[in-house]
Design a binder for this molecule. Structure first.
Ligand SMILES: Cc1cc2nc3c(=O)[nH]c(=O)nc-3n(C[C@H](O)[C@H](O)[C@H](O)COP(=O)(O)OP(=O)(O)OC[C@H]3O[C@@H](n4cnc5c(N)ncnc54)[C@H](O)[C@@H]3O)c2cc1C
Length: 518
């Protein structure tokens, strides 16, 4: 997936594309893959890097949503469980089944959650990942050695999925490219082309060169997550806002706070929120350590959208306090290896009193001028969202309808064998980027050549997860990454130095100072 080649197609195509997609997160990339595999000509533009926004900041669960079961959203849970099963089949090397444990401290919790999770298993039908079981207090302690035991009555063990969000995004992009899609990062949609009040294309701005272009398309999809309203209002200035952004924060800790291979799930903290502590990352490259646990999340309505949302002090305080309630080791600010925040694109139909109560289901809207907006949903349901929106786009633009093929389409980034070949040809590329990070120089080279990585941040935040595993170590690795990229992308020395410095400044936002006031 070479950016210059894809950009060239953007600039030189004379015929209108069947479908143009704005936004390169889970939703847009999924739609590009669906459309290309049905045989449509499709172009996707992303203003920053693929998965820069919400799609790299999730809890990294492929799940049905136990919480939504309690809210009675049965059909949403059913759909999510089916999608969970399909994703684990189609991307086995980027996903895994993981046991989750709900510790029970009150007598009614074990039968209550046990019953609910048996229903969860039943809804998953043949795509289930393992049977729910009731555990004694001793069994809970065996699985979660650091769990708080005072008053522990036992627990409920169930199974859900886990994945690497940013890496899956790249796998979807690469699979879409193999199917014929054109995808370009660092190109922004700045406006629409219209004839007789109908959208016939869009205007673009290349963030690297400042060049402007026009793309003509039979139908345009707005898949920009929490940013959909900016484009909806460019199209129809009076359009009421659709999305209420809700911020979720995670803290990354050393695995000593939660040893073992079972995740902790608290369905209702004393103030009524959900808390996860999930072992992460996983995969053969992490066999020698680098064990972390992700703890979160929060659900805070925020007034503004941003590509770089920042955790609020009260969110950090909430996560640390609640983790300390359920774990024998109280984590402190000094233990936090990285803190990251993301914005959920929740669709506000006007009924819920808080963001936790807003539906996680997706919404498709067609504007009077024909802009098709898709937002909401979850990473887990990205494939179904793509299927729905491409079917809608076929109908709207009168494209020849084709059946959706993604139910069984394998998603593969082919990274591991290709990186092994690079190292065989140049063994020095096996050198680690940093002693505290599980990545090699070859990872940088491959990502620059094959995944459109354009900046130090692309490498350290999304092609590798260095920023999320250990923000400080990633800052220390910035110079090495800039040197490698400079060679690969022909950067002049001044650009190389600026890139390393920009990354260091940016990544400081993922560190916690010991004192919240400083
Ligand atoms: C804290 C948190 C935890 C979550 N955990 C989970 C989980 O464990 N499991 C799960 O299934 N789901 C989870 N989700 C939900 C999931 O992450 C989101 O539903 C999904 O990532 C949304 O993808 P998207 O493509 O719609 O949006 P985004 O990923 O935000 O993508 C939109 C893209 O559009 C681009 N864009 C915007 N404007 C323009 C423009 N003018 N031109 C070009 N590009 C533009 C942006 O740069 C961005 O990259 C979580 C969400 C949050 C916030």
């Amino acid at each position: 997936m070479n950016r210059a080649e894809h950009l060239d197609r953007l600039k030189t195509r004379r015929d209108p594309w069947d479908i143009a997609i704005i936004g390169g997160g889970a939703t847009g990339l999924g739609a590009a893959l669906d459309a290309a595999s049905r045989g449509h000509s499709v172009i996707l533009i992303e203003q920053h890097d693929f998965a820069k926004a919400t799609s790299s900041r999730s809890t990294k669960l492929v799940h049905g949503g136990v919480r939504y079961l309690e809210q009675g959203q049965l059909s949403f849970v059913f759909e999510s469980l089916r999608e969970r099963g399909l994703l684990l089949r189609n991307a086995p090397h980027l996903t895994r089944a993981l046991p989750f444990l709900i510790p029970c401290y009150r007598w009614w919790e074990k039968p209550f959650y046990g019953l609910g999770l048996s229903l969860y298993d039943a809804l998953a039908r043949k795509l289930g990942l393992g049977r729910t079981r009731l555990l004694s207090a001793v069994e809970v302690r065996d699985r979660l050695p650091t769990i708080a035991t005072s008053g522990l009555k036992g627990g409920v063990l169930y199974y859900d999925g886990q994945f690497d969000d940013a890496r899956l995004a790249i796998a979807i992009a690469r699979t879409a490219a193999t199917q014929g899609a054109t995808l370009v990062n660092y190109v922004k949609c700045t406006g629409f082309l219209k004839e007789h009040d109908r959208i016939t294309g869009l205007r673009t701005l290349d963030a690297e060169t400042g060049e402007e272009h026009e793309i003509r398309a039979r139908v345009v999809l707005n898949a920009t997550g929490v940013f959909v309203d900016d484009l909806r209002q460019q199209d129809q200035p009076a359009a009421p806002r659709l999305v209420q952004p809700s911020q979720g924060v995670h803290l990354v800790l050393d695995r000593k706070f939660l040893p073992g291979n079972t995740a902790l799930m608290i369905p209702k903290t004393p103030d009524g929120r959900v808390l996860f502590a999930v072992p992460w990352p996983f995969g053969p490259e992490f066999a020698n350590g680098f064990d972390r646990v992700i703890v979160g999340t929060t659900d805070t309505p925020v007034p503004e959208t941003s590509l770089e949302p920042r955790a609020l002090e009260e969110e950090i305080h909430f996560i640390l306090t609640q983790a300390g309630r359920y774990l024998t080791r109280q984590p402190t600010r000094a233990d936090v290896l990285s803190v990251f925040a993301g914005l959920r694109p929740l669709v506000n139909h006007g009924a819920a009193s808080n963001t936790a109560g807003l539906s996680r289901d997706h919404t498709i809207e067609v504007s009077p001028s024909g802009l098709i907006t898709i937002t909401g949903g979850k990473w887990t349901t990205y494939r179904q969202m793509a299927e729905d929106v491409i079917t809608r786009a076929e109908q709207y633009a009168d494209l020849t309808p084709h059946p959706c093929l993604t139910h069984t389409l394998p998603l593969d980034d082919n990274a591991d064998p290709a990186i092994a070949v690079l190292i065989a040809s140049n063994p020095s590329l096996a050198e680690p980027l940093h002693p505290r990070l599980p990545y090699r120089q070859a990872d940088v080279i491959w990502s620059a050549r094959e995944t459109m990585a354009r900046t130090v941040e692309d490498i350290l935040a999304r092609r590798t997860r260095a920023l999320f595993l250990d923000a400080r170590a990633s800052i220390e690795a910035a110079e090495t990454v800039a040197t490698l990229l400079a060679r690969e992308l022909n950067w002049p020395p001044a650009h190389q130095a600026a890139q390393a410095q920009q990354y260091r400044d940016f990544a400081r936002g993922y560190l916690l100072t010991a004192d919240p006031i400083s």
